[in-house]
Design a protein around this ligand. Structure first.
Ligand code: MN
Length: 368
């Protein structure tokens, strides 16, 4: 598998410059980024610490364990390291004061109250601290070509793992066995990490949308839902397939057909300009009208990228509109407590005229 080194060789200087533009950053302003996914997105750096971005220069504030890594991964930033008696925020304060910064912006969902209070106590009263306006997350909604390539690769690795696992699953295995084989296969075939903990849910366990694979033994006639994804070069894939091990019941077969139809109809509706709640309701209304009202409890899908769940969401509560370059999952499900569940999920690229699914494996019911 090809390896991708996002963050090497100046790749991120355009990102930092775009961030400066997006925030309309002034010479007296500083942006303190503490969420690892935003630090990575903007600078390329994957380790611990903070990114302090100023109009004229950006800094990675970290410790000696990460010094060399930060210099390699974020060559466009200056790396500064804490030492005994000098904390991350002491270093931030020195940079802030030496650049005559009067306004510091932080991530409202990135700093703990303890961190906020420590920073406040260190800075002079005439330096304000306030929440930034979600600019990194806003930028992350639209993926560039490099990001799309990484997500495609992550999806490809995930699909290879699916092709492998359908030849492996047998009645008598536990969910945990299937999970270990799937995860191991992804790691051996190009995954740097897993995008999230793999879900394997068999039989009645399938009614839990986020089931944790356990010692449940897969029985003949069970449906098995597998929700998983590789992470490659810092970017996630997300896919779900439900397969039958032996002939399923007529009831579960009908559930499968309904979910598949809802999935296909919703996917067809993906297009730049489509409203997120409208796409959600295509799948939801179909499932409701098929007699499963209330059995599809979660949203239809979500965006993904550096994180497995990003904005926007395909959900009734969303007010977002799809744009070209967004990556969205489409994952309707039906969950029947005590009986089982079905979910079918693709990761899709939204385009000007429609969409392109990055998950190239069969959706019609596979009976193993
Ligand atoms: Mn998902």
């Amino acid at each position: 598998m090809p390896r991708f080194a996002a963050g090497r060789g100046g790749f991120n200087l355009p990102r930092i410059n775009a961030f400066i533009k997006e925030t309309c950053m002034q010479a007296n302003q500083a942006y303190l980024i503490s969420k690892p996914s935003n630090i990575f997105y903007l600078s390329g750096y994957k380790g611990e610490g903070y990114l302090l971005s100023l109009a004229e220069r950006s800094y990675i504030i970290t410790d000696s364990r990460y010094e060399e890594q930060a210099q390699l991964e974020a060559p466009d930033c200056e790396t500064v390291c804490i030492r005994t008696g000098v904390s991350h925020f002491d270093l931030a304060k020195d940079i802030i004061l030496s650049h005559h910064i009067t306004a510091v912006y932080v991530e409202a969902d990135g700093l703990t109250m303890r961190e906020h209070d420590a920073l406040r106590a260190l800075l002079p009263d005439d330096v304000s601290i306030s929440a930034m306006d979600g600019q990194p997350e806003r930028m992350r909604q639209i993926k560039d070509e490099g990001e799309i390539r990484l997500i495609e690769t992550a999806c490809h690795v995930s699909c290879l793992a699916f092709e492998h696992i359908i030849g492996y699953i047998k009645a008598g295995m536990t969910e945990k066995q299937v999970q270990l084989e799937l995860d191991y296969y992804m790691y051996r075939n190009g995954a740097d990490k897993l995008a999230f903990d793999t879900i394997i849910a068999s039989g009645a366990h399938g009614s839990l949308p986020h089931a944790v694979p356990g010692d449940n033994v897969i029985k003949n006639g069970d449906m098995v839902t597998m929700d998983f994804g590789a992470k490659v070069g810092g970017y996630c894939a997300d896919m779900t397939r439900t397969v039958a091990v032996g002939k399923p019941s007529d009831e579960m077969k009908a559930v499968y057909d309904t979910v598949l139809q809802a999935h296909l109809m919703a996917e067809q509706a993906l297009c730049a300009g489509a409203s997120c709640p409208a796409v959600d309701s295509i799948a939801r209304d179909y499932i409701d009208e098929a007699g499963y009202k209330g059995r599809f409890g979660h949203g239809l899908g979500h965006s993904l990228g550096v994180d497995i769940h990003e904005e926007p969401r395909l959900s009734p509560a969303s007010r977002a509109v799809l744009r070209s370059g967004m990556l969205m999952t489409v994952e309707p499900g039906i969950y029947l407590p005590g009986i089982g569940g079905v979910r079918i999920e693709d990761t899709c690229l939204v385009t000007e005229n429609g969409y392109r699914s990055l998950i190239g494996v069969q959706k019609e019911l596979l009976v193993l």
